[in-house]
Design a binder for this molecule. Structure first.
Ligand SMILES: Nc1nc2c(ncn2[C@@H]2O[C@H](COP(=O)(O)OP(=O)(O)OP(=O)(O)O)[C@@H](O)[C@H]2O)c(=O)[nH]1
Ligand SMILES: [Mg+2]
Length: 425
């Protein structure tokens, strides 16, 4: 892989520079703003530095195409061109660095990440060693490939293999619908810490650990010292009521908590009936409220309960009036903080397009301190949006649901399993 940094006043200009030099297939691995320091900052503007990369074979192809182009130009002009000194890129290309050409072999190895990471999680006491064990084979393959060609495995070959490997991980993240911005950030962070002695094991371990850190510790619903009001908000049909039923059943039946329901979803009779059905199965009271004014009196009746789950009507994130009503409801509950704790859960479907999720979270940005539940994981195979939304909102991830069965199809978010899927799924 050819890796090079380009500087320009804006990101777009830096990307154009990279494309001019490396070709249109160049991939941006990292974007950084370089601040001017000292006295220069008064006179010079900050510049954007991008790290761009391109596969050797594509680079060689581009170089050949350019050579062809310039040869025919020369012929046409009838001018004998003096041989230009080789740029560092063509020198690299000419050397035909002995990288792992068989990217399919590495892809296959990446696919087997599941097993490797499962082993790592099982033996958490020595995670680094497990990764090395699992990837020993891949490293051996690399060495064999280099030895086969009769070439020495020098430091540059090692570096190129590392960048090639990072490129494959980058592709995996994109396949799994991680936003390009976050994939670049992640790979950029790891690539900037590459050392001479880095190898595939340490890179994979680095990316995996960064993913886990970025996904963060999952936030579990816990009964508090005061009665806790657990408010569910989110777009229509994402599974708010079903998720409430799953959590309420768990806390009532497994944890012996005193559980009650309150619903503000009076837009549809079926919605109240749906909650009543679940409530009657687990024998919990249901209070219905029609506006935020009724919150205080309604909660006064539920003071002796540990958890009061509040269902709300699905809101179109495009309807600002509905969003205001929701905010009023939330604020009315928060206003009773001397008697009740409040925990708010924004419920999102993992099947929603990222662009729509961005709009949805924009509309809920006035609701402070919400946690996120992702539903319908069973209906998608790309989990990139979980990472995207976590990084976009900074909100803690909480639960995931993966089916319609109450109470079974819910679990505390498993950041290790999500990281595994993002890398290998
Ligand atoms: N496949 C799948 N379906 C789910 C999941 N969670 C909920 N559902 C289904 O999604 C549909 C909508 O669920 P609800 O719980 O009514 O959704 P809601 O957000 O309360 O909907 P509104 O109140 O209309 O806004 C139902 O058919 C649920 O069975 C899940 O994790 N996976
Ligand atoms: Mg509902």
């Amino acid at each position: 892989m050819i890796v090079k940094k380009f500087e320009a006043p804006t990101e777009t200009e830096a990307v154009l520079k990279a494309q001019e030099e490396l070709g249109s297939n160049a991939v941006v691995l990292n974007v950084k703003t370089l601040k001017q320091r000292g006295i220069f900052r008064l006179f010079k503007k900050d510049v954007v530095e991008i790290t761009a990369a391109l596969e050797e074979n594509e680079f060689i192809g581009n170089m050949n195409a350019r050579k062809q182009g310039s040869k025919s130009d020369d012929k046409n002009a009838g001018v004998q061109q003096k041989q230009e000194p080789k740029s560092s890129f063509s020198a690299v290309a000419d050397e035909k660095i002995d990288i792992i050409n068989d990217s399919a072999a590495i892809e296959e190895k990446l696919d087997s990440l599941h097993d490797m990471l499962r082993q790592q999680i099982k033996r958490e006491s020595t995670p680094r060693k497990d990764i090395a064990d699992a990837y020993e084979e891949l490293s051996a393959t690399n060495e064999a490939l280099q030895a086969d060609d009769g070439r020495e495995s020098d430091a540059r070959n090692g570096q190129n293999n590392n960048f090639k490997f990072l490129q494959l991980i980058y592709n995996k993240l994109i396949d799994n619908e991680v936003d390009e911005k976050y994939a670049n950030m992640l790979i950029g962070e790891v690539s900037s810490s590459i050392k001479k002695e880095s190898n595939i094991d340490s890179l994979l371990s680095g990316v995996y650990q960064k993913l886990i850190l970025k996904l963060g510790e999952p936030a579990r619903l816990e009964p508090g010292n005061k009665p806790k009001v657990v408010l569910f908000i989110g777009p229509t049909g994402v599974g708010k009521t079903t998720t409430i039923a799953k959590l309420a059943s768990y806390y009532k039946l497994e944890k012996q908590c005193k559980v009650a329901f309150m619903t503000a979803d009076t837009y549809r009779i079926a919605a109240v009936e749906q909650l009543n059905t679940y409530a009657s199965i687990i024998a919990c009271p249901v209070n219905v409220i029609y506006s935020a004014d009724e919150v205080e009196s309604c909660l006064a009746e539920l003071e002796e309960y540990d958890l009061i789950f509040v269902d709300t009507a699905g809101r179109s994130h495009k309807d600002e009036e509905q969003m205001l009503e929701l905010l009023e409801l939330r604020n009315a509950i928060a206003g009773l903080s001397d008697k009740f704790e409040l925990e708010c859960y924004l419920t999102l479907s993992a099947t929603t397009k990222y662009k729509d999720l961005i709009n949805i979270t924009e509309m809920y940005k006035d609701i402070p301190d919400y946690r996120i539940i992702f539903t319908k994981l069973d209906e998608t195979c790309a989990l990139g949006n979980i990472l995207n939304i976590r990084l976009k909102t900074g909100a803690q991830l909480s639960y995931t649901t993966s089916g319609q069965n109450v109470p079974n199809d819910i679990e505390l978010i498993n950041e290790q399993s999500i990281a595994k899927q993002l890398l290998g799924g």
